[in-house]
Design a protein around this ligand. Structure first.
Ligand code: NAD
Length: 439
């Protein structure tokens, strides 16, 4: 945890979503005064009542502590927050458009609103993930809409936190990236992050923007590489877990993000890779490598569906138990979760699904509606089911009572999209066990 003494700044966060809420709260925790703004009144009302609109381990206590210390507050009034702050972080959503391009309308709206009310020098920090050259557009927008001609600086400060371990990631990051155009903005950004003990990388704005897209794309590329290898393992009779372990021991490669499975999902990778391909295209570069990453990812999900279909022969009329809906463990985020296309396809084929997720049942209802029956425990899903399908590797699923699983399932078939168990152990326990890339 951070130790150094901090110079306190007045900060506003536009957008109190996963990133705004976590990073704003963490910056309050290290001594700054933070106002979180959101256009979603329901979200702000909840936060004012002490409720946390998302599931993120440790966040509730941190929010409560900083509200009590009067370092953290919530509002729907952007003008109020901007006027009271010296540094304004834009942490709004940058969702994908149907053509893959990032929808920057929320960023543009925030920049315009800031410009219209700013009445003194402001540092405007883009924390949302945006394509290279967005900072330039934000600066132009502020200049255009600020009739008072205030002095301002635009900074790029991409966020690398992961849902599920967001607080730790923010407080103990691998690096802090800050893209600035002058020393004044750099000094303020250094002061803001002074208590955080991490490499502080200062670049120009465009390079900082690119670091974020490049990092996410590289990680997605590792996952797709592992999934492509997994297919080769299946076709050749090798074992993907052994192969990636052997590769990952090479320090130049590393073990992280080499896990084969149903493919990546979530609110970041799919949209950021699509946006990176689009911006590269706009600039005249055909990023074929990333196009292949996307293609392999889709293929991994389809292949998993095929495995379910092959294991059950006919899915129509079958009951399938599903463990895990969120796009990864320790979050309730369902955005681009692989569970969605998998369940939608099985539903279209006429299967009945009983699903359980430790945290994402509520958010899953918005994405999947009544295409699944939501159960209160992992065991409840199994009663009378023809097979168990594992989509998210929550810790809760790691040590099940196998005799209970076996007695509840109608037939002992398990299709595991996360390679949670050893095939040999499963077969010994009497299960017909299918996983990814293992023989
Ligand atoms: P989110 O959808 O959870 O939150 C965005 C919030 O901004 C919403 O609550 C929305 O109501 C609010 N908003 C939109 N326009 C607004 C406006 N004009 N004024 C006030 N509030 C406004 O999104 P998120 O997951 O927090 O992501 C935010 C950005 O950070 C995205 O660009 C994302 O790619 C990036 N990012 C996300 C993660 C992650 O793990 N979620 C990690 C790193 C970076």
């Amino acid at each position: 945890m951070p130790q150094k003494k901090n110079k306190s700044h007045k900060l506003a966060f536009i957008g109190a979503g996963y990133v705004g809420l976590v990073s704003g709260t963490c910056l309050a925790e290290i001594g700054h005064h933070v106002i979180l703004v959101d256009i979603n009144k329901e979200k702000i009302d909840k936060l004012k009542q002490g409720a946390i609109p998302i599931y993120e381990p440790g966040l509730e206590d941190l929010v409560k502590r900083n509200v009590k210390a009067k370092r953290l507050s919530f509002t729907t009034s952007l003008p109020q927050a901007v006027k009271k702050s010296d540094v304004i972080f834009i942490a709004v959503n940058t969702p994908p458009q149907p053509n893959g391009r990032a929808d920057l309308s929320y960023v543009a709206a925030a920049a315009r609103e800031i410009a219209e009310v700013a009445d003194s020098y402001k540092v405007v920090v883009d924390k949302s993930t945006v394509p290279v050259q967005t900072g330039q557009r934000v600066a132009e927008t502020i200049k255009r809409y600020n009739t008072r001609g205030i002095d301002f600086d635009v900074v790029s400060n991409p966020e690398f936190l992961r849902e599920g371990s967001a607080i730790e990631d923010f407080m103990e990051p691998d690096r802090i990236v800050v893209g600035v155009e002058n020393r004044r903005a750099e000094k303020i950004m250094r002061e803001i992050y002074a208590p955080v003990d991490a490499p502080f990388i200062v670049t120009d704005v465009k390079s900082a923007e690119l670091i974020k897209h490049a990092s996410n794309s590289f990680l997605a590329m590792k996952i797709s590489f592992a999934n492509a290898l997994a297919r080769i393992c299946e076709l050749s009779g090798a074992n993907i877990d052994k192969v990636t372990y052997g590769m990952g021991l090479d320090k130049r490669i590393g073990q992280h993000f080499l896990k084969a499975g149903v493919g990546y999902g979530g609110s970041c990778f799919p949209k950021d890779i699509a946006a990176f391909i689009s911006i590269a295209d706009d600039m005249g570069y055909d990023f074929e490598l990333l196009k292949a990453v996307e293609k392999i990812n889709k293929y991994a999900c389809n292949l998993f569906l095929q495995k379910i279909e092959q294991a059950l022969w006919v899915t129509k009329g079958k009951t399938i138990a599903v463990w895990g809906l969120a796009f990864k463990p320790n979050t309730d985020d369902m955005r681009n979760a692989p569970s969605i296309p998998i369940i939608e396809q099985l539903y279209a084929d006429g299967a009945t699904m009983n699903a359980y997720d430790p945290q994402a049942s509520q958010t899953a209802k918005a994405a999947l509606g009544d295409k699944v029956n939501y159960k209160k425990s992992m065991y409840e899903t199994l009663k009378g089911a023809d097979a168990l399908v594992i989509i998210t590797d929550w810790d809760e699923f790691k040590n099940p009572d196998w005799s209970k699983v076996s007695s509840l399932l109608k037939s002992p078939i398990i299709i595991d999209g996360r390679n949670m168990f050893e095939p040999r152990d499963m077969e010994k326990s009497g299960f017909v066990y299918h996983s990814v890339g293992r023989g």
